[in-house]
Design a protein around this ligand. Structure first.
Ligand code: ADP
Length: 689
């Protein structure tokens, strides 16, 4: 690929040429130099030395030129004229290149870079580009790429479009010679866009050529011709001979691809002439090879080897490794056609070795690393720029913003934390409540069920109580009627036939009347029990003492008859129907007198207050009750003695129990056989007392 960008020092040289218009030859220049040396004008001295060196270079007097550089360079460095120092160093490197002394050339440029590094200016960038191009020419693509990127970095910083374009173009060329046409096109296209924007026509021209050439390589002939023709026209218009040569060569390649060899050769010959006219060895080497190739295709083998040999000579002399790769392949093709397979394989081997050395994996990787480094640098630079602007203009706002944002974020974070915690607690609470609710619902339903059962049982009980009451009432009431008749007729018989029948008959009649009376008493007791009516009771605050006195009054005959002594003190008031209270005392005192063998039965009635209850006691000195029977005696019809001994129906204590329980109290007995009994019963202490 051809580098057609002009050196930027051309104007400077033009100015020097005008200034020293009289110094048209070496002698004049030498004289002027001596003059300036006498004047100790070091600046002028360096400028003249540059001109002298270039005079020698033009004449291919490289060794002489090198001696001039040795003189000039320390002077330029001393006066810190870095532009001249750079021009001298680059030219020195070129001289070494022309002498095939690549190492020396690279050393010169590397030193230049070291010296210019602190400046970070265009001179340094140019030095990078020169070093990169030197590496590219000798096929060290990875270093070429890396140094081009270093240069690009500076050019971009300086917004130097021309040199950015040139560097991008050169990078494109590196990819081109690695057969990486996709990347090559990308860089060429970038360069074309940049140059179009900057209206750099010369550069547009070289880009068009390069793109045309690349399309040709990937066999997109139509596109290739389109770009090549545009380049060719523009080249003619601008009269850029070196570039025109390249465009012509590309067009030739297009026709060769279409197998129109004569047309191809016409363009190639035009290119070769232009190469030679412009001293473009690189271009000449390439053009000679394509002509050789076209001639092989035409079958003109003898003619072709002439061109190929000439190309090989230039390529080897100049160390154009990329050119040599293609050349060896073409020469191999020539020997193949000639039937010389030994030489064919020799050249193919050379081709392969060179190819490998230029585009192996490691090389590609290094290039990719360089690119990444460059991109990172670019990004960092952009960021630093943005940061600087941002901080100067909006630092306060930024800090404030960051502060507020941090607080908001912190609050949000805390709120979230709290929320999360609360949610957990709530979830746990909900779970517990749910569980409790379930348990409550279960308990409630169980309770409801139980209540319902109790209600039903109560209802049944009530019903059976009513029925029982009714039965007891009917039974006792209705039975009393025929019993009364039996009793009446038995009495009548007794009265009318007393002593008129035999003695047995009298006895039998006595049994009948006694039994009738007993049955009558029993029925009365049952009737009495069943008629205990609490629904219509006259419940009020009742003086227990009054009730006791009434009971004693009712028992007056029995008390006197048995010579009993009833004693009592003050008794409290309780909430009850007075009749019930009278009945209670009466039954208990009656029993105390009845179940006594003492000649002087005594009954003591007392009371005490315990745990919200009044506890009444009825104590006698009677026969006592053995413990196993102390509970049973409160059941209906339960009696401990024969009726012959102690009369009774076994209902009295049952009535007492029923009354006490009805008012929420209890009844029990404490006794020992033969030692008297004490009956206790309780009543709740009325409210407000
Ligand atoms: P009744 O006296 O008509 O037989 P009660 O129900 O009044 O029926 O008494 C049940 C039984 O308790 C009595 O038969 C008697 O054996 C016993 N009893 C009741 N009071 C006393 C008492 N104070 N002392 C000894 N035994 C008694």
């Amino acid at each position: 690929m051809l580098s057609i960008f002009k050196k930027p020092n051309i104007i400077f040289l033009f100015l020097i040429a005008v200034q020293y218009s009289t110094a048209s030859n070496l002698d004049s220049l030498t004289q002027l130099l001596q003059h300036e040396q006498q004047q100790s004008n070091q600046q002028k001295e360096v400028e003249l030395l540059i001109e002298i060196s270039q005079f020698h270079l033009k004449k291919n007097e490289f060794e002489t030129a090198l001696t001039v550089f040795e003189k000039a360079l320390p002077k330029a460095k001393k006066i810190q004229n870095w532009e001249n120092y750079r021009v001298l160093s680059v030219d020195k490197a070129k001289a070494y290149l022309s002498l095939n002394q690549f190492t020396k050339a690279i050393e010169t440029l590397t030193k230049l870079i070291e010296d210019l590094k602190p400046l970070q200016d265009n001179n340094l960038a140019t030095a990078y580009s020169e070093l990169a191009e030197t590496y590219r020419r000798i096929g060290n693509n990875e270093l070429a790429y890396e140094f081009h990127l270093s240069g690009l970095h500076i050019y971009e910083e300086k917004k130097d479009s021309v040199n950015i374009g040139r560097t991008l173009y050169n990078i494109g060329s590196i990819f081109f010679y690695q057969d990486n046409y996709e990347m090559a096109l990308e860089y060429y296209q970038k360069t074309l866009d940049l140059c179009t924007r900057a209206k750099l026509e010369r550069h547009i021209f070289s880009c068009l050529s390069a793109i045309g050439g690349t399309y040709n390589r990937i066999h997109q002939t139509e596109k290739s011709i389109e770009y090549n023709l545009r380049a060719y026209e523009l080249g003619k218009q601008l009269d850029v001979k070196s570039g025109l040569a390249y465009a012509a060569m590309n067009l030739g390649a297009n026709y060769a691809a279409m197998e129109q060899m004569d047309k191809a050769l016409l363009y190639y010959e035009e290119a070769l002439a232009l190469n030679r006219e412009t001293n473009d060895a690189w271009g000449e080497c390439g053009t000679l090879r394509v002509i050789g190739e076209a001639l092989i295709n035409k079958g003109e083998l003898d003619k072709s080897i002439e061109y190929l040999t000439a190309a090989l000579e230039i390529g080897e002399k100049m160390g154009f490794r990329p050119r040599l790769i293609e050349l060896h392949r073409t020469i191999a093709l020539y020997y193949e056609k000639k039937g010389d397979y030994k030489l064919t394989s020799e050249h193919l081997e050379k081709y392969a070795n060179l190819k490998d050395s230029l585009a192996n994996e490691a090389s590609l990787q290094k290039m990719s690393d360089s690119k990444t480094r460059f991109e990172i640098l670019q990004k960092e630079k952009e960021l630093a720029l943005k940061d600087a602007e941002f901080y100067t203009q909006q630092r306060t706002f930024l800090l404030l913003g960051i502060g507020i944002l941090s607080i908001i974020l912190w609050l949000l974070y805390k709120q979230n934390q709290l929320k999360a915690k609360n949610n957990l607690i709530l979830e746990e609470k909900n779970r517990q409540i749910k569980k409790q609710n379930e348990e409550l619902a279960q308990a409630y339903s169980q309770q409801k069920e139980t209540t319902q059962k109790i209600k039903e049982q109560n209802k049944q009980l009530e019903q059976s109580n009513i029925e029982l009451k009714r039965f007891a009432y009917i039974a006792s009431h209705d039975l009393k009627e025929p019993l009364r008749s039996i009793g009446s007729y038995a009495n009548l018989l007794q009265r009318r036939y007393n002593n008129k029948l035999d003695s047995d008959a009298d006895e039998f009649l006595n049994y009948i009347t006694a039994s009738t009376k007993r049955l009558y008493d029993l029925l009365n007791d049952v009737l009495h029990y069943s008629k205990l009516d609490f629904d219509h009771a006259d419940i009020d605050l009742t003086d227990a003492k009054e009730a006791l006195e009434i009971a004693n009054e009712n028992l007056k005959n029995k008390i006197i008859g048995k010579n009993a002594k009833i004693s009592f003190g003050e008794l409290p008031k309780v909430t009850a129907d007075k009749l019930h209270l009278v009945q209670l005392f009466q039954n208990l005192i009656d029993n105390s007198i009845k179940y006594s063998e003492s000649s002087k039965p005594s009954v003591e009635i007392g009371s005490s207050k315990k745990d919200g209850f009044y506890e009444f006691s009825v104590k006698d000195n009677g026969i006592g009750i053995e413990p196993p029977y102390q509970q049973k005696i409160f059941e209906m019809f339960k009696r401990l003695h024969n009726r012959d001994k102690y009369d009774g129906n076994g209902i009295g204590l049952a009535i007492c129990k029923k009354i006490v329980q009805q008012y929420g109290g209890d009844i029990w007995v404490e006794s020992m056989a033969g030692e008297g009994s004490t009956f206790y019963f309780t009543f709740p202490v009325p409210e407000n007392s």
